[in-house]
Design a protein around this ligand. Structure first.
Ligand code: BGC
Length: 911
């Protein structure tokens, strides 16, 4: 039977407050019959039972982003949507939903900006409006926004569940307003309060310690729309009739935390003043709001060696604490947040730099329920000071905050460390997708660093549906880009004008391209095309003497790579202009391909030619005639291979260089932000997949699993944020929640699970799992725009089993492990089972670290020394380096074998 599911309007289910002139509808087909495809659709949009748009019968398999093409939509209006589909088996199905428009022309609404003239110091104002209902109400909405961060309260209860509204945008160009349904919340007499704190608008932001980036006065804008049973509408706008007061919040800043005084009594209300500010920058909320998406209880109370009371939430997260305290009136309780404890087990906050991240509560004397409203912290540990009695763990909850995107992807395998790594990658995204993609959520930064977002995007789009999140952010990028400086390093840009930098500013081209690939929504390319092209033209303006290379200006290079001794520039050893020119090629190719897709023929051919010219100049400048690169770092080789920058004849030479370089480092990476995302891809795609597996599964520094073994619950900024000896990297830049190196996620989905896009949006995809030693099964899933894709493979006990799920209205190309044939499959569930001689149970490459641990056992050392007399510890590691544990055991004399097995068993147990 055919059923339709997930009817979405602009990626959302039954949204309200939508200001999109031609919203797009998407739905999913599900059927128990194999090979189901959509044959036709019909979409009907109605206004109170009257059809206002009928798409007609569209003979097409398009089931995503079908745009509304009817008459102009009315503001604050509900429309019903009905989708009828016929599939290739002639089955039919239907789904219905609705959407509600927002103000559509918010600048023309009669709402007025209100503020206050008195100096309130750090105390946020609370704007108040009382109103009574004249008639019974059928529907009520509040539209609101602020210069600052705001929260609404109606009759003593928070309105909606948004956090840090109106979100962070390039406020002078674009300021979102939000829509709330308050129909059920109204009483006959009502009090609406709107607290406005500094937020990103006026608060302290950036490492330069600056406030007032957008303005030095907070203000509010609100409109209440009341519709009675007869359809009569009454509006209440923010205007001079409103008053203001102050509440318990004394200070609230994103970096500093929130201070509340529940003992302070109410202050008299005063009249608001009107505030001069335009409305032309208003836009409706564009992405999913920031919400509390999860709550965690503390797993342990710790008394540190210094005697501090610390709660451990077991997970490094971004959010706030909710707590209940009953303390004598006036007692001050201080909550401090930290990501890690130091070597001695003491609370460690130095890596927060100037972000104090402390909440202060002054008790009322009764029961106080505290949860900050206008700040957030990056933390795992909470230090609690000031309680007069013993702490009760049940009174404290960590509320995880992020943009409430739909979780779409998952990955689990036979390797526990790898699974933790995967969770860490997802936690990295949770922690840093808080309205804008931030570098980190804890120190005095938390900025929309373009480079970090660019390298992580492909992984991010698999894990959570980030279409709206990035669409909003890219619009900010576009308005902040200009001809003179190109694309900023952070978006929204609070760092001021700086020339664009490679890898960072390329977010302008790469992210729209990745979005188009992952979701198949061509509108993202249409929206961003001028920005994409503008960025490439900017780079062209930096080329000199007719040579198509970018060889001037400031660059971040291969940021925080390990191949150059730590220096203040942190750019790594790869020639920074090699990287810049490589990205010039990549971005130009993306613009050429996008122009082709959008039907801009002239541009397509212009940028295609430009791309060829860059390639040719790149090869002349950076590769010798025999295929040597001028920069022979891992990252240079990776970029040359992954981005096809060298001629085919030279690929094997570059690959050899990469392999030799890795071998010299005992198959460890030395890459920074730029090389890391593609290292394993480059190896897997060039005949060295097994080596990719070895690098990936390294457990000692530097590696992804090193951090996991050190107890990481998120991705670190540095490969050695926490060093072997338990001390921290002290460069002043040491975040424990920095998703950039989590970019390995894309290799895990694409190569280990084997899910690869063939047609945008996974309309067609390839499934080609590739084994590595040390992982004997993988289960991965993706909620794609067409439905659920699942891949499970297992290679154990001489058997390979593969199970795949292919959603309706798509098809897949399956290449089974150890087989050559490409199977073309329509939708359905498929199971394969066949014999193999492959044994994946043991990771060769984990041998050196396992051996190191074994060598820590005195008895083992004694045994090994008698087995290999005269060998140094390093020699032994070298010897064992290329053996699996099994092979080593086979080579052992019986007494050694027994001992070895005992040590291994103990080690496994310890894990
Ligand atoms: C951030 C990075 C960012 C970088 C720019 C740092 O302070 O945390 O992740 O990309 O600056 O190089």
């Amino acid at each position: 039977m055919l059923v339709l599911k997930n009817l979405k309007t602009e990626y959302q289910t039954n949204p309200i407050g939508l200001d999109v002139a031609n919203p797009a509808f998407s739905w999913i087909l599900e059927s128990d019959r194999e090979g189901t495809l959509q044959k036709s659709y019909r979409v009907l949009v109605s206004d109170s039972d009257e059809v206002i748009w009928d798409s007609g019968l569209a003979q097409t398999d398009q089931s995503a982003y079908v745009e509304y093409k009817g008459p102009q939509l009315e503001p604050s209006h509900v429309y019903q949507v009905q989708v009828q589909v016929t599939d290739n088996h002639d089955e039919t199905a239907e789904i219905t939903g609705q959407f509600e428009t927002g103000l559509l022309n918010p600048s023309e609404v009669e709402w007025k900006w209100i503020s206050h003239s008195e100096d309130l110091g750090t105390v946020p104002p609370v704007y108040v409006r009382e109103f009574s209902l004249e008639n019974p109400i059928k529907s009520a909405r509040i539209y609101a926004t602020a210069l600052g961060a705001y929260e609404l309260e109606l009759n003593g209860k928070k309105v909606g569940d948004y956090f840090l509204a109106p979100g962070w945008t390039s406020y002078h160009h674009r300021l979102q307003y939000q829509t709330y349904d308050i129909t059920e919340e109204l009483a006959s007499k009502n009090t609406l309060k709107m607290t406005v704190a500094n937020g990103w608008y006026k608060g302290l932001l950036g490492f330069a310690g600056q406030s007032n980036h957008y303005g030095d006065q907070v203000a509010a804008l609100a409109a209440i729309r009341l519709e009675d049973k007869n359809g009569n509408v009454r509006w209440i706008f923010s205007d001079e009739e409103w008053q203001y007061e102050t509440g318990p919040i004394q200070l609230s800043e994103i970096y500093l935390g929130e201070h509340v005084d529940y003992a302070a009594g109410p202050k008299p209300r005063k009249s608001v003043t009107l505030f001069e500010h335009g409305k032309e920058m208003l836009v409706a909320q564009e992405n999913e709001p920031t919400r509390v998406v999860m709550e965690l209880s503390p797993i342990e109370k710790i008394i540190t060696p210094k005697g501090e009371v610390v709660l451990d939430f077991g997970q490094n997260l971004t959010g706030v604490i909710k707590c209940q305290i009953s303390q004598p009136k006036g007692t001050e309780v201080i909550l401090s947040h930290a990501e890690v404890l130091d070597k001695d087990g003491n609370f460690y906050t130095e890596n927060l730099r100037a972000a104090t991240s402390q909440d202060h509560i002054i008790a009322s004397g009764g029961i106080d329920t505290f949860m900050p409203k206008f700040t957030f912290h990056g933390f795992r540990y909470l230090r609690v000071e000031g309680l007069v009695d013993d702490i009760d763990l049940n009174d404290f909850t960590a509320c995880v905050l992020h943009t409430d995107m739909e979780k779409t992807g998952d990955f689990v395998s036979s390797n526990k460390l790898v699974n933790r790594l995967y969770q860490n990658i997802q936690w990295g995204q949770r922690g840093n997708f808080l309205d804008v993609p931030t570098d980190c959520p804890q120190r005095d930064e938390r900025l929309g660093w373009t480079g970090d977002a660019q390298v992580f995007a492909s992984t991010a789009l698999f894990n959570f549906n980030s279409a709206l999140f990035f669409r909003k952010w890219l619009r900010d990028l576009k308005v902040e880009q200009n001809e003179q400086y190109g694309v900023p390093h952070v978006v929204p840009n609070i760092l001021g004008n700086q020339d664009g930098a490679a890898g960072w500013s390329d977010a302008a081209t790469i992210i729209p391209w990745e979005l188009y690939q992952a979701y198949g929504d061509k509108r993202i390319l249409e929206d961003q095309y001028s920005s994409m092209k503008g960025w490439v033209d900017y780079i062209t303006s930096k080329t000199q003497n007719g040579i198509h290379l970018w060889q001037q200006g400031f660059q971040y290079g291969d940021w925080v790579a390990l191949d150059k001794e730590e220096s203040s520039d942190r750019v790594g050893a790869t020639d920074v202009y090699f990287i810049a020119s490589a990205y010039y090629a990549v971005s130009t190719k993306i613009v050429a391909d996008s122009a082709e897709i959008l039907g801009f023929k002239e541009d397509a051919s212009h940028y295609q030619q430009q791309y060829q010219a860059i390639l040719s100049d790149f090869r002349n400048e950076y590769a010798t005639r025999t295929g040597r690169l001028v920069s022979e770092t891992q990252t240079a080789c990776i970029l040359a291979l992954y981005f096809n920058l060298v001629e085919d004849k030279d690929r094997s030479r570059v690959m050899e260089t990469l392999v030799t370089n890795l071998n010299k480092h005992k198959n460890h990476l030395t890459t920074g932000f730029i090389g890391t995302p593609y290292l394993c891809h480059a190896l897997s795609e060039n005949g060295q997949h097994e080596l990719a597996g070895q690098v990936f599964l390294k457990e000692d520094y530097p590696s992804w699993l090193y951090a996991v073994k050190k107890g990481a619950t998120t991705i670190w900024e540095r490969w050695n944020s926490l060093k072997e000896d338990g001390t921290f990297d002290e460069s002043g830049m040491n975040s424990f929640n920095h998703y950039a190196n989590g970019s390995i996620g894309s290799w895990m989905h694409q190569k280990l699970a084997g899910i690869q896009i063939v047609e945008p949006g996974y309309k067609a995809f390839r499934i080609q799992p590739q084994f590595i030693q040390g992982i004997s099964w993988v289960n991965a899933s993706l909620q794609s725009p067409y439905g659920l894709i699942e891949v499970s493979w297992r290679c154990e006990n001489g058997q390979i089993q593969v199970d795949v799920t292919i959603p309706a209205n798509t098809h897949a190309y399956l290449v089974l492990p150890e087989k050559e044939e490409v199977l073309e499959l329509g939708s359905g569930h498929y199971h394969y089972e066949y014999a193999t001689t492959t044994d994946l149970s043991v990771a060769r490459y984990s041998m050196d670290s396992t051996l190191k641990e074994i060598l820590d056992q005195p008895l083992a050392v004694e045994m090994l020394e008698s087995y290999m007399p005269g060998m140094t510890t390093n020699d032994m590691i070298e010897f064992a380096y290329n053996l699996t544990v099994n092979e080593l055991l086979v080579n052992m004399p019986p007494e050694g074998k027994q001992l070895f097995e005992a040590v291994l068993a103990a080690l496994n147990q310890a894990e």
